[in-house]
Write a protein that binds this ligand. Structure first.
Ligand SMILES: NC(=O)C1=CN([C@@H]2O[C@H](COP(=O)(O)OP(=O)(O)OC[C@H]3O[C@@H](n4cnc5c(N)ncnc54)[C@H](O)[C@@H]3O)[C@@H](O)[C@H]2O)C=CC1
Ligand SMILES: O=C([O-])CC(=O)C(=O)O
Length: 331
């Protein structure tokens, strides 16, 4: 069997981590033949709760779990890790936008960037889940200059999964038969869920989703707003933010990054190189394909006037968030 891969999950005593630890430790992310050594980071007051999570992991008797290190020390947690799930951050409550969390959360990602820079493997793959995820990922990368910026990503996979599920329901097909829906921009209510290149298997043949749905108004309005506001809808119902689906999306994101996507597109927030006329040096969600552990932005897609407006709006918000975050990090 392969040597264990060291993986850190932050916010390990929280609600997303409660689902995520099982997925990682059971083989759903790194494959059924890859043992994992889990580093679990939370803050000092949560060490008692974390001890309970460690007990439960032991009680799962998972054959791929090679060991667990619970800690409140970021440098211990990030030492030699190959994969980092940065979940630990404050969640929003009803009535808040995700960017309202910026002043509370962005310092965590500055500090964790510095710790990753010092002790993680230089090829560590970092997934930022904690909100506002795109801007936190940007700040984390900025404070870890010895690690390539391509190794820092933000999670928009939950939005992609939501969009795919909405389209499958509308078409009356299984969710696995819908692919290539794209999430552009920020993991916020300005994101642009875009079905214009999506395809679905209908009656045994692959068809473009826009033609199959044949309702542009739906694709430009209620489809977009349902996905944009899904996080808020879950909070309104549960009084707590999405956790099960967020953990599943984090697993999907990291699995595809390590194991590849083939020709299937997935969406992830990556440091923008200006593709599709987006502002450079913000973490913007693009469609990518992944092979050999490297992502590549899907090129050559047609951007309609409607899409242009949507991309510009979400890009503008990210530029503003970046400035706010840099101001917070100055202190
Ligand atoms: N990108 C996305 O699609 C999604 C992002 N989120 C975000 O994920 C984050 C976590 O959500 P939940 O697990 O529901 O929150 P939670 O409150 O249940 O857990 C967060 C955990 O992080 C810990 N924590 C706080 N500061 C820390 C630090 N400096 N280092 C390590 N751990 C620290 C807390 O003690 C707590 O145990 C929130 O910011 C939430 O908004 C949630 C859903 C989807
Ligand atoms: O909405 C929230 O605050 C949590 C989150 O990011 C999501 O569910 O997409």
């Amino acid at each position: 069997m392969a040597a264990p891969v060291k993986v850190v999950i932050t916010g390990a005593a929280g609600q997303i981590a409660y689902s995520l630890v099982y997925q990682v430790a059971s083989g759903a992310v790194f494959g059924p033949d890859q043992p994992v050594f889990l580093h679990l980071l939370d803050i000092a007051p949560m060490m008692g709760v974390l001890e309970g999570v460690v007990m439960e992991l032991a009680d799962c008797a998972l054959p791929l779990l090679a060991g667990v290190l619970p800690t409140a020390n970021p440098e211990e947690a990030f030492k030699d890790v190959s994969a980092a799930f940065l979940v630990g951050a404050m969640p929003r409550r009803e009535g808040m936008e995700r960017k309202d969390l910026l002043s509370a959360n962005v310092r965590i990602f500055k500090e964790q960037g510095q710790a990753l820079d010092k002790v993680a493997r230089k090829d560590v793959k970092v997934l930022v889940v904690g909100n506002p995820a795109n801007t936190n990922a940007l700040i984390c990368s900025k404070y870890a200059p010895s690690i390539p910026k391509e190794n820092f990503t933000a999670m928009t996979r939950l939005d992609q999964n939501r969009a795919q599920s909405q389209l499958a329901a509308k078409l009356g097909v299984p969710v696995r038969d819908v692919k290539n829906v794209v999430i552009w921009g920020n993991h916020s209510s300005t994101q642009f869920p875009d079905a214009s290149n999506a395809v679905a298997v209908i009656g045994g043949a692959q068809k473009p989703v826009p033609a199959a749905i044949n309702d542009d108004e739906y694709l430009k309005t209620s489809f977009v707003t349902t996905v944009q506001k899904r996080g808020a809808a879950v909070i309104a119902a549960r009084k707590m933010s999405s956790a099960l689906s967020a953990a599943k999306a984090a697993s999907d994101h990291m699995r595809d990054w390590f194991l590849g996507t083939g020709d299937r597109w997935v969406s992830m927030g990556v440091v923008s190189d200006g593709s599709y006329g987006t502002p450079r040096d913000i973490v913007f969600s693009f469609p990518v394909t992944i092979s050999g552990g490297k992502w590549k932005i899907v090129e050559g897609l047609t951007i309609s006037d409607f899409a242009r407006q949507m991309l510009d709006a979400t890009g503008k918000e990210l530029v503003e968030e970046k400035q706010d975050a840099l101001d917070v990090c100055k202190d």
